[in-house]
Design a protein around this ligand. Sequence first.
Ligand code: NAD
Length: 293
Amino acid sequence: MKNITVVGSGTMGSGIAHCFAQYGFNVNLVDLSQEALKRAMVKIEANLDRQLKKEILSLEEKAAALARIRPMTVLEEAVQKADLVVEAVSENQAVKAKIFAQLDKHAPTECILATNTSSLSITTIAAFTKRPEKVIGMHFMNPVPVMRLVEIIKGYQTNETTLSAITALTTQIEKVPLVAADYPGFVANRILLPMINEAIEALFQGVAGVEAIDEMMKLGMGHPMGPLRLADFIGLDVCLSVLEVLHQGFGKDKYAPCPLLRNLVTAGNLGVKTKCGFYDYSDNPKQPTPLKF
Ligand code: NAD
Protein backbone atom coordinates (compact mmCIF):
# COMPACT_ATOMS: atom_id res chain seq x y z
CA MET A 1 0.00 0.00 0.00
CA LYS A 2 1.18 3.50 -0.84
CA ASN A 3 -1.78 5.81 -1.15
CA ILE A 4 -4.17 6.25 1.75
CA THR A 5 -7.22 8.49 1.89
CA VAL A 6 -8.56 9.56 5.29
CA VAL A 7 -12.14 10.88 5.26
CA GLY A 8 -12.92 13.25 8.15
CA SER A 9 -10.19 15.47 9.58
CA GLY A 10 -11.43 15.88 13.17
CA THR A 11 -9.92 14.49 16.39
CA MET A 12 -9.35 11.02 14.95
CA GLY A 13 -8.91 11.67 11.22
CA SER A 14 -6.14 14.22 11.79
CA GLY A 15 -4.29 11.74 14.05
CA ILE A 16 -4.70 8.88 11.57
CA ALA A 17 -3.41 11.05 8.69
CA HIS A 18 -0.45 12.12 10.87
CA CYS A 19 0.54 8.49 11.63
CA PHE A 20 0.36 7.26 8.03
CA ALA A 21 2.31 10.29 6.76
CA GLN A 22 4.94 9.80 9.48
CA TYR A 23 5.57 6.28 8.16
CA GLY A 24 5.96 7.33 4.53
CA PHE A 25 2.47 6.90 3.05
CA ASN A 26 0.92 9.48 0.72
CA VAL A 27 -2.21 10.75 2.47
CA ASN A 28 -5.21 12.54 0.99
CA LEU A 29 -7.10 14.09 3.92
CA VAL A 30 -10.74 14.90 3.16
CA ASP A 31 -13.28 17.08 4.97
CA LEU A 32 -16.30 19.16 4.06
CA SER A 33 -14.63 22.58 4.32
CA GLN A 34 -11.25 24.25 3.90
CA GLU A 35 -11.63 25.63 7.45
CA ALA A 36 -11.87 22.12 8.95
CA LEU A 37 -8.82 21.03 6.93
CA LYS A 38 -6.87 24.11 8.00
CA ARG A 39 -7.60 23.34 11.68
CA ALA A 40 -6.52 19.75 11.12
CA MET A 41 -3.21 20.74 9.50
CA VAL A 42 -2.44 23.16 12.38
CA LYS A 43 -3.12 20.35 14.86
CA ILE A 44 -1.00 17.85 12.91
CA GLU A 45 1.91 20.28 12.78
CA ALA A 46 1.65 20.95 16.53
CA ASN A 47 1.68 17.20 17.25
CA LEU A 48 4.64 16.67 14.91
CA ASP A 49 6.44 19.47 16.78
CA ARG A 50 5.78 17.61 20.04
CA GLN A 51 7.41 14.51 18.51
CA LEU A 52 10.31 16.65 17.31
CA LYS A 53 10.85 17.97 20.86
CA LYS A 54 10.83 14.43 22.21
CA GLU A 55 13.36 13.47 19.50
CA ILE A 56 11.00 10.90 18.00
CA LEU A 57 11.38 12.72 14.65
CA SER A 58 14.06 14.89 13.03
CA LEU A 59 13.29 18.28 11.47
CA GLU A 60 13.57 16.73 7.98
CA GLU A 61 11.23 13.88 8.92
CA LYS A 62 8.69 16.34 10.26
CA ALA A 63 8.78 18.38 7.04
CA ALA A 64 8.54 15.24 4.90
CA ALA A 65 5.54 13.93 6.88
CA LEU A 66 3.69 17.24 6.52
CA ALA A 67 4.45 17.38 2.78
CA ARG A 68 2.90 13.90 2.30
CA ILE A 69 -0.54 15.10 3.48
CA ARG A 70 -2.80 16.63 0.84
CA PRO A 71 -5.90 18.36 2.26
CA MET A 72 -8.87 17.98 -0.12
CA THR A 73 -12.61 18.62 -0.17
CA VAL A 74 -13.70 16.52 -3.16
CA LEU A 75 -14.09 12.88 -2.10
CA GLU A 76 -14.35 11.47 -5.65
CA GLU A 77 -11.00 13.02 -6.56
CA ALA A 78 -9.33 12.08 -3.25
CA VAL A 79 -10.00 8.32 -3.61
CA GLN A 80 -9.16 7.90 -7.30
CA LYS A 81 -5.78 6.24 -6.64
CA ALA A 82 -6.35 5.00 -3.09
CA ASP A 83 -5.11 1.59 -1.94
CA LEU A 84 -6.93 2.12 1.36
CA VAL A 85 -9.58 4.54 2.62
CA VAL A 86 -10.00 5.09 6.37
CA GLU A 87 -13.30 6.77 7.21
CA ALA A 88 -13.33 8.87 10.41
CA VAL A 89 -16.41 11.08 10.10
CA SER A 90 -18.95 11.62 12.89
CA GLU A 91 -20.44 8.54 14.61
CA ASN A 92 -23.66 8.51 12.63
CA GLN A 93 -24.90 5.45 10.76
CA ALA A 94 -26.70 7.40 8.01
CA VAL A 95 -23.67 9.63 7.29
CA LYS A 96 -21.32 6.64 7.17
CA ALA A 97 -23.72 4.68 4.93
CA LYS A 98 -23.78 7.52 2.41
CA ILE A 99 -20.00 7.84 2.43
CA PHE A 100 -19.43 4.10 1.95
CA ALA A 101 -21.81 4.02 -1.03
CA GLN A 102 -19.83 6.92 -2.53
CA LEU A 103 -16.47 5.29 -1.75
CA ASP A 104 -17.61 2.07 -3.38
CA LYS A 105 -18.53 3.98 -6.51
CA HIS A 106 -15.34 6.01 -6.85
CA ALA A 107 -12.44 4.08 -5.25
CA PRO A 108 -10.50 1.50 -7.34
CA THR A 109 -11.99 -2.03 -7.17
CA GLU A 110 -8.98 -3.36 -5.25
CA CYS A 111 -9.12 -0.61 -2.62
CA ILE A 112 -9.87 -1.66 1.00
CA LEU A 113 -12.47 0.45 2.81
CA ALA A 114 -11.94 0.79 6.58
CA THR A 115 -14.03 2.58 9.20
CA ASN A 116 -12.82 4.00 12.51
CA THR A 117 -16.27 3.63 14.08
CA SER A 118 -16.30 3.18 17.88
CA SER A 119 -19.43 1.06 17.97
CA LEU A 120 -21.43 0.80 14.74
CA SER A 121 -21.78 -2.54 12.96
CA ILE A 122 -19.09 -3.14 10.31
CA THR A 123 -21.38 -5.67 8.61
CA THR A 124 -24.13 -3.03 8.26
CA ILE A 125 -21.71 -0.41 6.92
CA ALA A 126 -20.30 -3.00 4.46
CA ALA A 127 -23.82 -3.67 3.16
CA PHE A 128 -23.82 -0.21 1.57
CA THR A 129 -21.05 -1.36 -0.78
CA LYS A 130 -20.67 -4.03 -3.45
CA ARG A 131 -17.37 -5.15 -1.86
CA PRO A 132 -18.28 -6.24 1.70
CA GLU A 133 -15.29 -8.61 1.72
CA LYS A 134 -13.02 -5.54 1.51
CA VAL A 135 -14.69 -3.59 4.32
CA ILE A 136 -13.14 -3.72 7.81
CA GLY A 137 -13.06 -1.85 11.12
CA MET A 138 -9.83 -0.09 12.03
CA HIS A 139 -10.54 1.38 15.47
CA PHE A 140 -7.69 3.70 16.42
CA MET A 141 -7.49 5.05 19.98
CA ASN A 142 -7.35 8.71 21.01
CA PRO A 143 -4.78 10.41 20.88
CA VAL A 144 -3.81 8.46 17.75
CA PRO A 145 -0.10 9.43 17.50
CA VAL A 146 0.42 8.22 21.10
CA MET A 147 -1.82 5.18 21.58
CA ARG A 148 -0.49 1.89 20.22
CA LEU A 149 -3.63 -0.24 20.02
CA VAL A 150 -5.68 -0.55 16.84
CA GLU A 151 -8.74 -2.75 17.38
CA ILE A 152 -9.32 -4.54 14.07
CA ILE A 153 -12.93 -5.58 13.50
CA LYS A 154 -13.78 -8.33 11.08
CA GLY A 155 -17.24 -7.81 9.59
CA TYR A 156 -19.36 -10.86 8.80
CA GLN A 157 -18.11 -10.87 5.19
CA THR A 158 -14.60 -9.42 5.62
CA ASN A 159 -12.19 -11.90 3.96
CA GLU A 160 -8.80 -13.13 5.18
CA THR A 161 -6.88 -11.21 2.50
CA THR A 162 -8.33 -7.93 3.75
CA LEU A 163 -7.72 -8.89 7.39
CA SER A 164 -4.08 -9.83 6.83
CA ALA A 165 -3.38 -6.72 4.72
CA ILE A 166 -4.76 -4.47 7.47
CA THR A 167 -2.99 -6.23 10.36
CA ALA A 168 0.31 -6.04 8.43
CA LEU A 169 -0.24 -2.35 7.71
CA THR A 170 -0.99 -1.64 11.39
CA THR A 171 2.29 -3.28 12.37
CA GLN A 172 4.08 -1.22 9.71
CA ILE A 173 3.05 2.01 11.47
CA GLU A 174 4.32 0.51 14.75
CA LYS A 175 0.92 -0.04 16.27
CA VAL A 176 -0.49 -3.27 17.70
CA PRO A 177 -3.41 -4.86 15.83
CA LEU A 178 -5.80 -6.92 17.97
CA VAL A 179 -8.74 -8.57 16.24
CA ALA A 180 -12.36 -8.56 17.44
CA ALA A 181 -15.56 -9.94 15.92
CA ASP A 182 -18.36 -7.62 14.85
CA TYR A 183 -20.64 -7.41 17.91
CA PRO A 184 -21.86 -4.18 19.58
CA GLY A 185 -18.99 -2.17 21.09
CA PHE A 186 -16.47 -4.81 19.86
CA VAL A 187 -14.11 -5.39 22.84
CA ALA A 188 -12.56 -2.10 24.02
CA ASN A 189 -15.76 -0.06 24.38
CA ARG A 190 -17.89 -3.01 25.49
CA ILE A 191 -15.71 -3.21 28.59
CA LEU A 192 -14.83 0.46 29.06
CA LEU A 193 -18.27 2.07 28.70
CA PRO A 194 -20.14 -0.07 31.27
CA MET A 195 -17.38 0.84 33.75
CA ILE A 196 -17.81 4.55 33.01
CA ASN A 197 -21.62 4.20 33.22
CA GLU A 198 -21.29 2.48 36.63
CA ALA A 199 -19.10 5.34 37.89
CA ILE A 200 -21.80 7.82 36.77
CA GLU A 201 -24.49 5.66 38.44
CA ALA A 202 -22.50 5.69 41.74
CA LEU A 203 -22.26 9.48 41.51
CA PHE A 204 -25.99 9.72 40.66
CA GLN A 205 -26.90 7.64 43.73
CA GLY A 206 -24.69 9.81 45.97
CA VAL A 207 -22.33 6.95 46.85
CA ALA A 208 -19.36 9.33 46.49
CA GLY A 209 -18.38 12.60 44.78
CA VAL A 210 -16.58 13.10 41.44
CA GLU A 211 -13.11 13.42 42.90
CA ALA A 212 -13.48 10.45 45.30
CA ILE A 213 -14.72 8.13 42.54
CA ASP A 214 -11.87 9.07 40.22
CA GLU A 215 -9.19 8.91 42.92
CA MET A 216 -10.40 5.45 44.04
CA MET A 217 -10.00 4.06 40.54
CA LYS A 218 -6.59 5.74 40.13
CA LEU A 219 -5.09 4.80 43.49
CA GLY A 220 -6.90 1.53 44.00
CA MET A 221 -6.92 0.08 40.50
CA GLY A 222 -3.87 1.78 39.01
CA HIS A 223 -5.88 3.52 36.26
CA PRO A 224 -3.97 6.52 34.85
CA MET A 225 -7.20 8.56 34.75
CA GLY A 226 -10.44 8.20 36.73
CA PRO A 227 -13.58 7.06 34.81
CA LEU A 228 -15.41 10.42 35.11
CA ARG A 229 -12.40 12.40 33.89
CA LEU A 230 -11.99 9.86 31.07
CA ALA A 231 -15.68 10.27 30.14
CA ASP A 232 -15.13 14.04 29.87
CA PHE A 233 -12.08 13.42 27.67
CA ILE A 234 -13.92 11.01 25.33
CA GLY A 235 -16.97 13.31 25.17
CA LEU A 236 -20.20 12.60 27.08
CA ASP A 237 -22.19 12.54 23.81
CA VAL A 238 -19.85 9.85 22.44
CA CYS A 239 -20.19 7.84 25.71
CA LEU A 240 -23.99 8.07 25.50
CA SER A 241 -24.11 6.98 21.87
CA VAL A 242 -21.85 3.94 22.49
CA LEU A 243 -23.97 2.92 25.51
CA GLU A 244 -27.10 3.22 23.37
CA VAL A 245 -25.55 0.91 20.75
CA LEU A 246 -24.70 -1.63 23.51
CA HIS A 247 -28.17 -1.32 25.09
CA GLN A 248 -29.99 -1.73 21.78
CA GLY A 249 -27.66 -4.36 20.39
CA PHE A 250 -27.74 -6.71 23.40
CA GLY A 251 -31.18 -5.71 24.75
CA LYS A 252 -29.91 -5.94 28.33
CA ASP A 253 -30.72 -3.45 31.10
CA LYS A 254 -27.15 -3.53 32.38
CA TYR A 255 -26.15 -1.30 29.43
CA ALA A 256 -28.92 1.31 29.99
CA PRO A 257 -27.27 4.76 30.10
CA CYS A 258 -27.49 6.49 33.50
CA PRO A 259 -30.14 9.28 33.52
CA LEU A 260 -27.50 11.73 34.78
CA LEU A 261 -25.43 11.11 31.64
CA ARG A 262 -28.50 11.76 29.49
CA ASN A 263 -29.22 15.02 31.35
CA LEU A 264 -25.67 16.28 30.94
CA VAL A 265 -25.70 15.57 27.20
CA THR A 266 -29.14 17.19 26.76
CA ALA A 267 -27.86 20.25 28.64
CA GLY A 268 -24.88 20.47 26.27
CA ASN A 269 -22.29 19.69 28.97
CA LEU A 270 -20.21 17.30 26.89
CA GLY A 271 -16.92 17.31 28.81
CA VAL A 272 -13.56 18.78 27.76
CA LYS A 273 -14.80 19.98 24.34
CA THR A 274 -17.49 22.22 25.92
CA LYS A 275 -15.29 22.99 28.98
CA CYS A 276 -17.87 21.41 31.28
CA GLY A 277 -18.88 17.84 32.14
CA PHE A 278 -18.12 16.16 35.46
CA TYR A 279 -15.37 18.78 35.82
CA ASP A 280 -15.18 22.49 34.97
CA TYR A 281 -12.32 23.14 32.52
CA SER A 282 -12.80 26.90 32.04
CA ASP A 283 -10.08 28.14 34.45
CA ASN A 284 -7.37 25.50 34.16
CA PRO A 285 -7.99 22.74 31.57
CA LYS A 286 -5.07 20.70 32.95
CA GLN A 287 -6.36 20.84 36.54
CA PRO A 288 -10.13 21.12 36.19
CA THR A 289 -12.46 21.63 39.16
CA PRO A 290 -14.64 18.64 40.08
CA LEU A 291 -18.33 19.63 40.09
CA LYS A 292 -20.97 18.78 42.72
CA PHE A 293 -23.95 16.60 41.71
P1 NAD B 1 -14.93 14.77 15.00
O1 NAD B 1 -16.29 15.34 15.19
O2 NAD B 1 -13.78 15.35 15.74
O3 NAD B 1 -14.54 14.78 13.44
C1 NAD B 1 -15.40 14.37 12.42
C2 NAD B 1 -15.02 15.12 11.15
O4 NAD B 1 -15.73 14.54 10.06
C3 NAD B 1 -15.39 16.61 11.20
O5 NAD B 1 -14.24 17.38 10.87
C4 NAD B 1 -16.48 16.74 10.13
O6 NAD B 1 -16.46 17.98 9.45
C5 NAD B 1 -16.10 15.60 9.18
N1 NAD B 1 -17.20 15.14 8.34
C6 NAD B 1 -18.51 14.96 8.64
N2 NAD B 1 -19.19 14.53 7.55
C7 NAD B 1 -18.29 14.44 6.54
C8 NAD B 1 -18.37 14.06 5.18
N3 NAD B 1 -19.53 13.69 4.63
N4 NAD B 1 -17.25 14.08 4.43
C9 NAD B 1 -16.05 14.46 4.97
N5 NAD B 1 -15.92 14.84 6.26
C10 NAD B 1 -17.01 14.83 7.03
O7 NAD B 1 -15.10 13.20 15.33
P2 NAD B 1 -13.98 12.19 15.89
O8 NAD B 1 -13.98 12.24 17.38
O9 NAD B 1 -12.73 12.38 15.11
O10 NAD B 1 -14.67 10.78 15.52
C11 NAD B 1 -14.60 10.27 14.20
C12 NAD B 1 -14.92 8.78 14.25
O11 NAD B 1 -13.96 8.13 15.09
C13 NAD B 1 -16.28 8.43 14.86
O12 NAD B 1 -16.81 7.33 14.18
C14 NAD B 1 -15.93 8.10 16.30
O13 NAD B 1 -16.87 7.24 16.89
C15 NAD B 1 -14.60 7.40 16.11
N6 NAD B 1 -13.72 7.40 17.30
C16 NAD B 1 -13.63 8.50 18.11
C17 NAD B 1 -12.76 8.46 19.22
C18 NAD B 1 -12.61 9.68 20.12
O14 NAD B 1 -12.05 9.53 21.22
N7 NAD B 1 -13.02 10.85 19.71
C19 NAD B 1 -12.00 7.33 19.48
C20 NAD B 1 -12.10 6.22 18.61
C21 NAD B 1 -12.96 6.27 17.53
